[in-house]
Design a protein around this ligand. Structure first.
Ligand SMILES: [Cu+2]
Length: 254
């Protein structure tokens, strides 16, 4: 049973607002009626399973699958929230974090050493400016100051994360114009749930991409699987450093 949500003054979810268009998907910018009473399998039942491989045919981890329903689709828009990014074994975990505009990230240090988070220009050529710049020190895990305040992110785009103290640390944040997304695992698989059935546009973003990946148009039933092959081969993600307590004292540099 769907609710048209056209009554004046009806209390729809507070995040009921037109989506910020994902630039290449502009023709299908959905002005979704995000009414909390929209429900039922016909309105909100689709799941999209995606397998992403790199140009050399291997599974591509850390790829972000972005799905944009067609205009007029009715769906409950997932509310943006605060996502934790941990610093663990000298890595950002997760390596790729995705959130919708209006959401926030919070940094939580789980290492027994300080980190000093900072934003950097990203992309394979290092020329993609971060959508927001910030930097701050985090105390070692378990001490006062090991967790940051939430960093609110309002605009779509990406941020490359680094650390002043440990130059090999890299992580990525993508603020997606669509609230429907998922990140591929080590087997290149991702699952996007809660989609409205019907026409959607899907594209993939990867932090190593030099050019945009092509958009695929799909017709969603209750469940659909599809494959995507990237037009490049991502670099290998750095392996975690050894969890050796004698290694990397507070303030150590690379
Ligand atoms: Cu660090």
């Amino acid at each position: 049973m769907t609710h048209p949500c056209t009554r004046p003054g009806h209390a729809c979810r507070s995040n009921a607002k037109p989506l910020v268009p994902l630039a290449p998907l502009a023709p299908l910018v959905a002005v979704l009626l995000a009414c909390g009473m929209v429900s039922g399998p016909a309105a909100q039942a689709a799941t999209l399973h995606v397998t992403v491989t790199s140009a050399d045919g291997r599974p591509a981890a850390d790829a972000v699958v972005l799905v944009q329903p067609a205009p007029g689709a009715q769906a409950v828009i997932p509310a943006p929230g605060t996502v934790a990014i941990e610093q663990r074994d000298f890595r950002f975990v997760p390596y790729v974090t995705v959130l919708a505009p209006g959401g926030a990230v919070r940094f939580v240090n789980k290492d027994p050493y300080d980190h000093h988070i900072r934003t950097l220009a990203g992309g394979p050529l290092g020329n993609v400016a971060p959508i927001k710049t910030f930097e701050f020190r985090l105390a070692a895990g378990g001490r006062s100051g090991d967790t940051s305040e939430p960093v609110k992110l309002d605009l779509p785009g990406s941020i490359l994360l680094g650390c002043h103290l440990h130059g090999s640390m890299r992580g990525h944040v993508l603020v997606s114009a669509t609230p429907w997304f998922a990140v591929t695992d080590e087997r290149g698989r991702a699952r996007v749930e809660g989609l409205p059935e019907g026409a959607v546009e899907m594209k993939v973003w990867h932090p190593d991409q030099l050019t945009e990946q092509p958009v695929q148009r799909l017709q969603l039933g209750p469940s659909l699987g599809t494959d995507v092959k990237l037009n490049f081969t991502p670099r290998r993600r750095p392996a975690p450093r050894p969890a050796d307590p004698s290694y990397g004292p507070p303030g150590a540099t690379n």
